[in-house]
Design a binder for this molecule. Structure first.
Ligand SMILES: [Mn+2]
Length: 326
C-alpha cells in the first residue's frame, strides 16, 4: 500500500491528466478541504484544468483557505474528466452526489489515510500511518519536485493542524512535524490557521455547544461518556449541523473517559455519531459494526433510528466492546 511506487504511480497519473476533478468527502473537514485545495493550487500551477466539487458547503471556519469559493457544490458542466482525485475517504459513497461523476472519470486516484474499505481507485496512495491526507499530498508534490507556494502550504498545513488537533493527537509523528515545519517555511502562517480553525466560532456554535454539553452523561464506571443533540437544540441555537465540529472533544476531555460519543439528529432524522477514544480503544472497529469507519481514535457512523434508541444501542455496544477488548 505504502511504497515509493504508489507515489510514482500517483505522480504519473497527475502528470498525464489534462482535466482533473478533485473530490473531498461529505461534511468536509479541514483535511479534506486543505488536501483538495492544496492539490488544486498545485495542479493549476502546472497549467492543468482542475475543478473541486463538494457535496456540502465549505464550513465557515475554513473560509480563509485560498480560493475556497472556487469549490463547486453543483458541477458546472457535463464533462468526462481524465482523472478524478478522491481525497480523504475510504469509500466513494462519501463523495455524496458527486460519486457518479468521479466514477465516470477515465481514471481514479485515491489519496487517503483511513483504513481502506473499498477498492474503487486505479491508483491508491493510501497510508493509515499518515496523520492527515495533506501529509500525503505534500509528499506527492515533493516527489514531483513541485514548488510549494504559500497558497499550497496554507491549505496543507490546515489539513495537518485540524487532523492532529494542533499536533496533540497521537497520530502526530516526527514526520508530521517535519512536514509542518517545511510548510511553515514555505509561507503558511501556523498561528493564523490555528486562530481561524480553533479560536473562531460563530455565536450559534457556542450556543449549541452549551446545549450539547448540558446533555452530558457517563456510565457508572466513568469510562464512556456521551452527549446527544436533538433537532430542537439546533433550532434553539439556530445552528447548522457543521457547527457541532469539535464538540465531542470536550466529552473526551472528561477525566477517566476512554470512549466519547456525540449523537446528533440530522435534518433527515438520521442519527450521526462521532466517536473518540483515548489510548488503545479502537473506535473504528466499533463504528464498523454500524457500517461506519474511521481511525483508531476518531471514527463515525450513522444510525437510522430515533435518537433515544441510538443512544441505548450505542452505549450498550460500547460497554460490551470495552469489556471484550480489555
Ligand atoms: Mn483526514
Amino acid at each position: 500500500m505504502r511504497s515509493r511506487n504508489s507515489f510514482k504511480h500517483a505522480a504519473q497519473l497527475l502528470c498525464e491528466a489534462e482535466s482533473l476533478l478533485i473530490v473531498p468527502h461529505l461534511h468536509p473537514d479541514g483535511d479534506a478541504l486543505g488536501s483538495a485545495l492544496g492539490l488544486y493550487h498545485a495542479l493549476r500551477q502546472m497549467g492543468k484544468t482542475a475543478v473541486v466539487v463538494s457535496h456540502d458547503p465549505v464550513p465557515e471556519i475554513y473560509r480563509f483557505l485560498p480560493d475556497w469559493e472556487k469549490i463547486h457544490l453543483e458541477h458546472p458542466q457535463q464533462t468526462t474528466y481524465d482523472l478524478a482525485v478522491v481525497v480523504d475517504q475510504s469509500q466513494l459513497s462519501r463523495a455524496g452526489r458527486h460519486e457518479a461523476l468521479a466514477r465516470a472519470a477515465r481514471r481514479i486516484l485515491q489519496i487517503d489515510h483511513h483504513v481502506p474499505l473499498e477498492p474503487f481507485a486505479d491508483v491508491r496512495l493510501v497510508d493509515p500511518s499518515a496523520a492527515a491526507t495533506a501529509e500525503l499530498v505534500y509528499r506527492l508534490l515533493r516527489a514531483m519536485r513541485m514548488r510549494i507556494t504559500p497558497e499550497v502550504a496554507t491549505c496543507l498545513l490546515t489539513g495537518i493542524v485540524t487532523d492532529t488537533f494542533s499536533f496533540k493527537f497521537p497520530n502526530t509523528t516526527p514526520r508530521t512535524l517535519r512536514i509542518a515545519a517545511a510548510l511553515q517555511q514555505a509561507g503558511a502562517d501556523l498561528s493564523f490557521i490555528s486562530e481561524q480553525v480553533f479560536e473562531t466560532r460563530s455565536f450559534s456554535a457556542v450556543k449549541l455547544l452549551g446545549l450539547a454539553l448540558a446533555s452530558l452523561q457517563r456510565t457508572p464506571d466513568g469510562k464512556i461518556a456521551w452527549i446527544t443533540i436533538p433537532r430542537s437544540a439546533f433550532e434553539a441555537a439556530q445552528a447548522h449541523e457543521e457547527e457541532t465540529e469539535g464538540i465531542v472533544n470536550f466529552v473526551r476531555s472528561v477525566r477517566g473517559v476512554e470512549v466519547a460519543m456525540m449523537l446528533r439528529e440530522s435534518p433527515n432524522h438520521k442519527i450521526r455519531v462521532s466517536l473518540r477514544s483515548r489510548g488503545k480503544v479502537n473506535v473504528a472497529q466499533l463504528a464498523q459494526q454500524f457500517g461506519g469507519g474511521g481511525h483508531e481514535n476518531a471514527a463515525g457512523c450513522t444510525l437510522e433510528t430515533s435518537l433515544e434508541e441510538a443512544e441505548t444501542i450505542l452505549v450498550r455496544e460500547a460497554q460490551r466492546w470495552m469489556e471484550s477488548s480489555t
